[in-house]
Design a binder for this molecule. Structure first.
Ligand SMILES: CC/C=C\C/C=C\C/C=C\C/C=C/C(=O)SCCNC(=O)CCNC(=O)[C@H](O)C(C)(C)COP(=O)(O)OP(=O)(O)OC[C@H]1O[C@@H](n2cnc3c(N)ncnc32)[C@H](O)[C@@H]1OP(=O)(O)O
Length: 289
């Protein structure tokens, strides 16, 4: 409830919690975890996730992300968004495991509702979305990229991307799966989902998880040049086409949002699933030391 109130305040009262400033004709607004810079005449915004150390999608981060997107969507001068990260070497570590571990069912339900909301807003956005994937992008990180209309990834073999949920002992929700199938086809998705494959940039390109792989220092310039190409298409025809391609997938969640929240909550609350998450978190810790 507190988050919902904060969201309303941020959105409607403008920038009480956020900041808005004008720099050389460019505008920027920032929440704590999301920075948005817009470039006047081109109608393009660059949205940078900055939730260190790994841009995990905590409830706060999801909320700020959704609010920022909503603001951009309501700003008729903005036609495209480049989504990227300010955390070195990490695009996004995906959903925040600490939101799904050791909490109560009400928290899981609230968290999942916000995950759904961000996904629906991103996936059905009228704007052109291009991701500049400048780091690791597992699970929910990959989901963010898959929502975009075009994905450019940095050519660094240390960075991997994919829906790796099965490695955590959890299952990718059906709408993650649907989007994967839409992007890479049924056979590749079936294999990658079962194995929890994290693709290197070269593999991701081959299978179609990303559209282009470029040297790391060219990710942003390439994302901009891709955006320029997409901006040349009339908005109305591009938007109608995007809607035609994505509506069925979005609708299948919209029709059963509440049931999906219940499924997630009961699944994630299971002792066996909590145990798997505990083991995975321990593995992440051990990796360090
Ligand atoms: C029937 C079905 C019904 C419904 C469906 C049910 C369930 C499905 C639900 C959800 C789908 C899940 C989607 C997800 O996105 S789950 C998250 C998956 N993410 C990962 O597996 C990434 C894990 N992290 C890493 O691999 C590495 O951290 C990474 C490569 C991103 C970065 O490596 P680096 O060496 O740079 O940093 P680390 O030292 O590993 O991490 C630093 C710090 O951050 C913590 N961390 C990492 N990832 C997460 C995360 N996703 N959430 C929370 N915290 C994270 C890590 O533990 C370290 O913490 P600390 O030790 O305290 O410093």
């Amino acid at each position: 409830m507190a988050l919902a109130a904060a969201r309303r305040l941020l959105l409607h009262a403008g920038s009480r919690l956020g900041r808005r400033e004008a720099v050389d004709g460019a505008r920027r607004f920032a929440n704590k975890r999301v920075l948005v810079e817009t470039e006047g005449p081109a109608g393009v915004a660059v949205m940078k996730l900055r939730n260190p150390p790994v841009n995990s999608l905590s409830l706060e981060c999801l909320t700020e992300f959704t609010i920022s997107l909503e603001k951009l969507e309501n700003d008729k001068s903005i036609r495209g968004v480049i989504l990227t990260s300010e955390c070195p070497g990490i695009f996004s570590a995906g959903l925040d495991l600490l939101e799904m571990y050791g909490r109560n069912p009400a928290h899981y339900a609230e968290y999942w509702k916000n995950v759904q909301e961000l996904w629906l807003r991103l996936y059905t956005s009228n704007m052109i979305l291009v991701s500049a994937i400048n780091g690791a992008s597992p699970a929910g990180g990959c989901l963010l990229a898959l929502c975009c209309d075009y994905r450019v990834m940095a050519d660094n073999p240390k960075y991997t991307i994919g829906l790796n949920e099965s490695l955590l002992g959890i299952v990718a929700p059906f709408w993650f799966k649907d989007m994967y199938v839409n992007t890479i086809g049924h056979r590749e998705a079936e294999r990658a989902l079962q194995l929890g494959t994290l693709f290197s940039p070269a593999e991701a390109l081959k299978v179609g998880v990303v559209d282009e792989v470029v040297p790391e220092d060219q990710v942003h310039s390439k994302a901009r040049s891709v955006m320029t190409k997409w901006l040349a298409i009339p908005d109305h025809s591009r938007q109608l086409t995007k809607n035609m391609m994505r509506k069925a997938t979005a609708d299948s969640l919209i029709k059963q949002r509440e049931a999906d929240i219940q499924n997630f909550t009961s699944f994630i609350s299971k002792d066996s699933i909590q145990k798997s998450l505990h083991m995975y978190l321990e593995k992440l810790k051990q990796k360090k030391g």
